[in-house]
Structures are given as structure tokens and as C-alpha cells.
Design a binder for this molecule. Structure first.
Ligand code: NAI
Ligand code: MG
Length: 372
């Protein structure tokens, strides 16, 4: 019997190619695993009316960890229009399977290391090494949304908040409401994850990302909750800044930062910004971690314009596989894999298009595998 059971969810578009590339390197590492294939994404939605079918949920309940490629997502109305004709008009509503997966399995930590490997021609600056902790289950992703807005809800909001008065004259279909929901426990546990990480890996500072001067209720709660947790870690410095200022400072001087902790949406935004500083989406890797399960993925999407072209950079996904090895306690294999990735980048002989080269996805995977 294999040592690890790994869920294998390629999804759509380039998700299929980048996961195949990750498999090339995992196999060459002789990683002792059994892989279980799961369906997820746009094709499932179109054919079955469910982008995250029950059988995939059952599969994820049975594995130690999972690798996920990427999926295609579209707005609700476009999604309905692409359903197979038998399923249209049945009231099926598209919801992102990734958001559902994170919520269903309570994968509350989204961990996004941002490390620039030396010699990458598209590094923004050499030596960047940041880590983003994004809360992964609540905030504006809670899924509590209204479009059109029911009269009953408008009535209650009008009664409870005088700031709602200007909206009372609108018809329900003339506006929409998305609720930002942040809890004390949700904010505290992502804070604890960030500080524990800082302590374990000898990081010096945690920066809290928010917009508490404007979004007072939810971001105020987040900021206070993280500050309280910070008191348990006196050896680690803590500061905070508004999301807009952070974006500016990250570009101006990324070396000012170390670990960043953010609510869901701001975390999403800064992680793309951070990824771009170390080479772009072809380098952005991510772990969604809960108590029972962790799912590893590149941060990029299905990039439809490159799907099936064997063109995109698989390094983000290969680094996600490295994170999985670490999480499973296979530190030696994880280190070997990272050394191989760093070696290929530094040598510069094999480069995908985003790095200014002409090598394919498969060639990049092979170059990394050859160094293992
Ligand atoms: P995307 O991340 O798929 O691609 C944006 C652009 O980034 C690409 O056109 C390409 O120029 C570049 N890029 C992405 N991955 C790359 C790689 N591995 N190597 C080199 N370049 C790469 O974002 P986009 O185009 O906004 O969304 C496409 C679809 O993906 C949408 O349906 C969107 O909803 C979905 N999506 C899914 C995500 C996921 O599965 N986690 C995350 C983001 C978007
Ligand atoms: Mg994103």
C-alpha cells in the first residue's frame, strides 16, 4: 500500500497541463503515493449542474491531501446559459467550487509563500521572500449575497441603519448587496496560524492588512482580534496598514515586509501582487489548510487562451507540490524538489514564455525532474 493517498483534481484549461507537470516531478521523486482522480469545475457544471459533485466531496474525505489545478468560473447568468439544455431553467445556481471546498472542509488558512528564486529574469527585485496568510472561509466570500435585494431585507436595513436611507428609494433589481462577514474566531485562528508560522520559521514581523478606518465593523474586528493574538507572541514584531497603502509599500519596498495576515478579499489581492513581484502567476503557489485536509494549488486560474497549448509555466504548481510534501512531513523530498526548481531557474537554459523563453510546460517539468 502506498504511504499517502492524494486527491488529484486537474479541473479545467491549463489546470490539466500543470497538474500533469507536477505528476512528472512527483513520480521522478518516487514520492510514495496513490493518486485518486476527482472531477471538478466547469465541465462538471455544464454536464451535471454541479461544479463540485458529491463524489468528489466523498473522495476528498478519504485522502491525506489533494492537488488541485484550476477551474473556469463565470457569472451566474452566463453559467446558466452554458448548462446542457435539460438542466436549464431548473433553478440551478453556479457557485465557485473552490470557495465551496474551502468552506465545506473548513480550509481556513490560505498560505501563499512569495519567494523570488535567484536569477529569474522576471523577478521584480532579487531577494524577495514574503509569506501571505489569507483567511479563507469568510469575509466577502461568505456567499451571503442579494441580487435583486428582497424588500424585507431593505426594510430591516432601513430601520437599523440611517446610512441605508438613500438606498430605500431603489427597486430591488436596481442594486445588489454582498455581505462581508468576519468572525472573532475566524480572525483569531488565521492570526494564530500566521504567528505560529512566524515563530516556527524564525520570521521577524507580522503585518496586519485591513481598511479599518473605513470598513469599521468587520475590519475593526479583524484588526483587534489579530492584535490580541499578537500579544501571545512578544518575540515577533507586529504592525498594520490599510490595504491600499500596503499595495503601494509592497511595490516601493517589499523588504519592509515579512509575514502578512489578511482577511479573505484583501489577502486575494495582495497575493496576486506578491506573485507578480517574484515572476507572476507562473510562480504563485498556494495551500488551503484545515484541520483534516489540505489542498495545494497554483494561484492562477484556467487561462483559457493557453489551454491545451503546452505553453504555460508549471513552476507554480510544482512549488505547490513542494508545499504538499512539507505538509505531509516529507521534508527531505520537499527540499530536493525546491533545489531542483531553483537550479533550473538559476541556470536559465529552460524557460517558458512568461520567463522570456520558448520551452513548453512539459519541457520545464522534465528539466526539473532531471535534477532530482
Ligand atoms: P488566469 O489566472 O487563468 O490567467 C490570467 C493570465 O495570467 C493568463 O492569461 C496568462 O497570461 C497568465 N498566466 C496564468 N497562469 C499562468 C502560468 N501558469 N504560466 C504563465 N502565465 C500564466 O486568470 P483569468 O484569465 O482572469 O481567468 C481565467 C479563468 O480562471 C476564469 O474563468 C476565472 O474565473 C478562473 N480562475 C480560477 C482560479 C482558480 O481555479 N483557482 C483563480 C483565478 C481565476
Ligand atoms: Mg486570486
Amino acid at each position: 500500500m502506498a504511504k499517502h493517498r492524494i486527491g488529484w483534481l486537474p479541473g479545467d484549461g491549463i489546470g490539466i497541463e500543470v497538474l500533469a507537470a507536477a505528476r512528472t516531478v512527483l513520480d521522478r521523486l518516487e514520492f510514495d503515493a496513490e493518486y485518486l482522480d476527482g472531477d471538478i469545475g466547469w465541465e462538471c457544471w455544464r454536464r451535471e449542474g454541479d461544479a463540485f459533485p458529491e463524489r468528489t466531496i466523498a473522495l476528498l474525505k478519504s485522502v491525506d491531501a489533494a492537488m488541485f489545478g484550476a477551474i473556469t468560473s463565470k457569472p451566474v447568468k452566463a453559467a446558466e446559459a452554458e448548462l446542457t439544455p435539460e438542466l436549464r431553467g431548473k433553478g440551478l445556481v453556479y457557485r465557485s467550487p473552490i470557495v465551496r471546498m474551502r468552506q465545506l472542509f473548513d480550509l481556513y488558512v490560505c498560505l501563499r509563500p512569495t519567494k523570488g528564486y535567484p536569477g529569474n529574469p522576471i523577478n521584480y527585485k532579487e531577494g524577495i521572500d514574503l509569506v501571505v496568510f489569507r483567511e479563507n472561509t469568510e469575509d466577502l466570500y461568505a456567499g451571503v449575497e442579494f441580487s435583486p435585494v428582497p424588500e424585507e431585507l431593505a426594510g430591516v436595513l432601513g430601520k437599523l441603519s440611517k446610512n441605508f436611507t438613500p438606498f430605500l428609494r431603489l427597486g430591488g433589481d436596481e442594486y445588489a448587496i454582498s455581505c462581508k462577514v468576519n468572525t472573532l474566531s475566524g480572525s483569531e485562528r488565521i492570526a494564530r496560524a500566521a504567528f505560529e508560522y512566524a515563530k516556527t520559521f524564525n520570521r521577524k514581523k507580522v503585518t496586519i492588512v485591513h481598511k479599518a478606518n473605513v470598513v469599521r465593523a468587520t475590519d475593526g474586528l479583524f484588526l483587534e482580534a489579530v492584535r490580541r493574538v499578537a500579544k501571545e507572541y512578544p518575540e515577533i514584531a507586529v504592525d498594520d496598514a490599510n490595504i491600499d497603502a500596503i499595495c503601494m509599500w509592497l511595490l516601493k519596498n517589499p523588504f519592509k515586509f515579512d509575514v502578512l495576515v489578511a482577511p479573505n478579499l484583501y489577502g486575494d489581492i495582495i497575493s496576486d501582487l506578491c506573485a507578480q513581484m517574484v515572476g507572476g502567476l507562473g510562480f504563485g503557489c498556494s495551500a488551503n489548510i484545515g484541520k483534516e485536509l489540505a489542498v495545494f494549488e497554483p494561484t492562477h486560474g484556467s487561462a483559457p487562451k493557453y489551454a491545451g497549448m503546452d505553453k504555460v509555466n508549471p513552476i507554480a504548481t510544482i512549488l505547490a507540490a513542494k508545499m504538499m510534501l512539507d505538509w505531509l512531513g516529507e521534508a527531505e523530498e520537499a527540499d530536493r524538489l525546491e533545489t531542483a526548481v531553483a537550479g533550473v531557474i538559476a541556470e536559465g537554459a529552460v524557460r517558458t514564455y512568461d520567463m522570456g523563453g520558448a520551452n513548453t510546460t512539459a519541457q520545464m517539468a522534465e528539466a526539473i525532474a532531471a535534477r532530482l
